[in-house]
Design a binder for this molecule. Sequence first.
Ligand SMILES: Cc1cc2nc3c(=O)[nH]c(=O)nc-3n(C[C@H](O)[C@H](O)[C@H](O)COP(=O)(O)O)c2cc1C
Length: 269
Amino acid sequence: MLSLLSERASSVFAVPAEAALSTLASLLLVYCCTSIPVFVWALRQYVGSLRAKQSRPSAELMQKPTSNIPSPEDTQRLIKARRSCFPKDYTGESIDRFVIEQLLEAANWAPTHGRTEPWKFVVLGRAQQEELLDLTLKVLERDCEPEVFAKKRAKVESKRSKAYPKVPYMVAICMRRQALPEKVMPEWEEMCAVASAVQNLWLAATAHGIAGYWSSWTAEARDSQDMKDFLGLGPQDRCLGVFMLGKCADLSVCRSARRPLAEKVEWRV
Ligand SMILES: Cc1cc2nc3c(=O)[nH]c(=O)nc-3n(C[C@H](O)[C@H](O)[C@H](O)COP(=O)(O)O)c2cc1C
């Protein structure tokens, strides 16, 4: 086929047959080199669009259920924008108390089994945070071996001097074991309800452009009777950590990633 073409080309362009053959071969090579990547790209686009079609819900499902609910796309964006942002990245700027109230209002709408609403939030300004830190160091000194205490104290003191002064509000996250005296739900359900409330608070903070993160806090202090007294908790109530809130100049410095969802989902349909 190529030799036939080269003979034709040699007679039409009055060039030797070898020259026509090598020119044709070169042209063929250039054609293959440029068209194969284009073909592969187009194939990938096609396969990608097929996959997207498979996972995309129907237009009916994507419609807003009612006009005053954020769209599924906006909701998904908010959820993915939520980040753990740490005090070292905060500016130290204050937050309007009204905004904090809005976050707590969002928290208060978490689901609860038996409507026990077992959360309690203790909002700590800078002075009260210092009291919490004093308490934490006191418990660590009392309950830890001297070597362990020295290490933990260094960590707490470092955060106390460098990071925490940039936190206008810390919110102690508490679970009341029997928020409704007549109802005793399993403890795990009450903890899950509190965690749901924290997620609500966190998402609302994200929507307000407020940075935050859930600190487990120093375990010895968190689980101590001193902490219960400080936070006004009953014997079976629990402190579940401290939520830091602050302003961050650039929330994109707080990065995160997730392993593929497919690793965590098993469809049995
Ligand atoms: C219950 C709970 C306790 C956490 N405690 C800590 C903590 O003590 N220190 C910390 O650096 N991060 C803590 N985190 C935050 C996680 O490290 C963070 O959520 C994780 O790295 C994922 O990042 P992302 O929140 O930006 O998606 C905690 C998160 C949860 C849910």
